[in-house]
Design a protein around this ligand. Structure first.
Ligand SMILES: C[S@@+](CC[C@H](N)C(=O)[O-])C[C@H]1O[C@@H](n2cnc3c(N)ncnc32)[C@H](O)[C@@H]1O
Length: 169
């Protein structure tokens, strides 16, 4: 009975995520790569099974209101807004010095067929944490991609495309 429980703890993705959060360290087996035109991105160095816990979106947990104030002062692509228990929250992962060794913040956006993982909020010690889980099996070397869930992605707007085009001429 006890050994079955231990096995469940090793394989239950939510418990693996909780352990990683408590250890304050990423799981191994991921690497950062430069993936034009996205900049840095994260690849898995080992095969991942559907449902596996992958990485946390590490950063400073602040209220949504505080996150909006910071956005007004300086826009950052490293602020993740979400709701938890009826309140708006933000994880601010802007500072490389504080969050730089954690790779979840570097995972790029992908939608539809290219998306292979999903961000989920889990509660640990009454606090919300954002965690990425595999949405399907992910092959060794694949880039991790999840849907940011935002409609106005700046690099997709016509304005941005025009700028890129005029620079290239
Ligand atoms: C949270 S950061 C991800 C890490 C980032 N690529 C870097 O090098 O620091 C989000 C930013 O990555 C870039 N990005 C993410 N997904 C992208 C995509 N599918 N196509 C182009 N750029 C993307 C955009 O510049 C976006 O503002």
């Amino acid at each position: 009975m006890r050994s079955k429980r231990r096995k469940d703890e090793r394989t239950n993705p939510d418990l693996v995520a909780e352990e990683s959060i408590k250890k304050n360290a990423d799981l191994g087996g991921f690497c950062v790569d430069t993936i034009p035109p996205k900049g840095r991105g994260v690849r898995t160095e080992v095969h991942r099974n559907k449902g596996d816990f992958l990485l946390t979106y590490h950063g400073e947990l602040i209220t949504g209101e505080e996150g909006n104030k910071r956005e007004l002062m300086s826009v950052s692509v490293f602020r993740f807004f979400f709701s938890f228990k009826g309140k708006q929250w933000c994880i601010d992962s802007t500072l490389e010095v504080k969050s730089g060794q954690f790779l979840g913040r570097l995972v790029n956006h992908g939608k539809g067929k290219e998306q292979n993982c999903k961000m989920k909020c889990i509660e640990v010690n009454k606090k919300p944490y954002l965690c990425l889980f595999a949405q399907r099996d992910i092959q060794t070397g694949e880039e991790l991609l999840y849907d940011y869930g935002v409609s106005d992605l700046p690099w997709k707007s016509p304005c941005q495309l025009l700028t890129v085009k005029s620079q290239a001429v």
